[in-house]
Design a protein around this ligand. Structure first.
Ligand code: UT7
Length: 331
């Protein structure tokens, strides 16, 4: 029986570091408030006006290919999870393939917001399990700074730019993608969305003047749903796979708020030293948080480790994925 195994991980981050100190010169906020309420110290921002989400993603993909000695033409398909596509159409995935030379790959975007990487990973795993495809790339990539209102103190400290990519290949050893639960509730859209720029409200002078092309978030409402849903779905997935906290090597949670991460860990009774946390360095990079965690921890992961990946985001969307890690890291 074929399983889809992650066989390498790679991240890419823009160089510019936007610190809480700098943010507090832009809006009425403090390092103390941001650290206590969210847990972010700094985030990366893509400053080059000529660069987009696809450039960060292509950088991750190119390094992923180099580190695995894979030729770009060997890749069968690529899925890009993003809410900040380069343009409304065509798909950013197509642009990434062009930039990284994936001439034989089909590709498409997936928008499940902060849960996007888990939706994309689940989809890609099913293609690999079918036996039809041998090498796939799933990339979560965002230039959140393109849709953040840097005059709104309630949202601008939260988000950052970045990309994380994984190589997915068939494995017959029993390691890899085991199970997932994907959920949506579209009625939650009222709490977190971008008001203008789509077909409902195409951009006009007025929508720009009203700052409707930026992220709109009712933080407290989103927080309440995020805390319960991310924990619920993680617990449900563990239960149906007969896993207890003792069986888990790592929880890999979406990095939106330190308090949401801690609540999820508490609910599944996992100590924080088994939880991947890098929110302080990168903020919330939406679809990129989970692969960026895997990248930061890649050297510590061991073949056979049980990982639960969990996310909650706009839509609402939420998801958990159970993976048996497939390799020991070697330089
Ligand atoms: O990844 C996608 C899913 N998104 C999430 O998971 C985000 C979920 N929500 C959150 O993480 C939190 O709700 C936020 C971080 C967005 C906000 O934290 P909060 O603890 O819910 O704060 P709040 O919105 O209830 O605001 C509390 C106070 C308010 O002042 P008053 O009305 O109590 O006087 C805000 O005006 O904090 C004020 N405030 C700030 N103060 C200093 C809001 N933003 C700031 C700020 N600096 N940056």
């Amino acid at each position: 029986m074929i399983k889809a195994a992650i066989t390498a991980v790679q991240g890419a981050l823009p160089d510019y570091v936007l610190t809480n100190e700098e943010l507090s010169t832009m809006v009425d906020t403090t390092d103390e408030w941001i650290m206590t309420r969210i847990g972010i110290k700094e985030r990366r921002i893509l400053r080059d006006p000529d660069k987009a989400t696809s450039d960060i993603a292509a950088a991750a993909v190119e390094k992923l290919l180099a580190k695995t000695n894979t030729r770009p033409e060997e890749i069968d398909f690529l899925i890009c999870a993003t809410v900040t596509p380069d343009m409304v159409f065509p798909a950013t995935a197509n642009i990434i393939c062009d930039k990284a030379g994936l001439v034989n790959a089909f590709s498409f975007d997936m928008n499940a917001a902060c849960s996007g990487f888990l939706f994309a990973l689940t989809t890609a795993a099913r293609y690999i399990e079918s036996g039809m495809y041998k090498k796939a790339i799933v990339v979560g990539a965002e230039k959140m700074s393109a849709i953040v209102d840097y005059t709104d103190r309630a949202t601008c400290p939260i988000f950052g730019d970045g990309a994380g990519a994984v190589l997915l290949e068939p494995s017959t050893e029993g390691f890899g993608f085991i199970d997932s639960i994907l959920k949506v509730d579209g009625s939650g859209r009222k709490h977190l969305h971008q008001k203008a720029g789509g077909s409902l409200k195409p951009p006009t002078h007025d929508t720009i003047a009203n700052r409707e092309h930026y992220i709109y978030q009712e933080g407290q409402s989103v927080f309440k749903f995020a805390v319960s849903r991310m924990a619920d779905v993680s617990a449900e997935l563990m239960q149906r796979n007969n896993l207890t906290a003792k069986d888990l090597s790592w929880l890999v949670p979406h990095q939106a708020n330190m308090r949401i991460i801690e609540a999820t860990a508490r609910r599944i009774e996992l100590p924080m030293d088994k939880v991947m946390v890098n929110i302080h360095k990168y903020g919330n990079t939406t679809a990129a948080t989970i692969p960026l965690c895997l990248w930061d921890w890649e050297s510590q992961l061991k073949k056979g480790d049980n990982l639960i990946l969990a996310a909650f985001g706009a839509g609402f969307t939420w998801a958990a994925v159970y993976i048996k890690w497939a390799y020991d890291y070697s330089v």
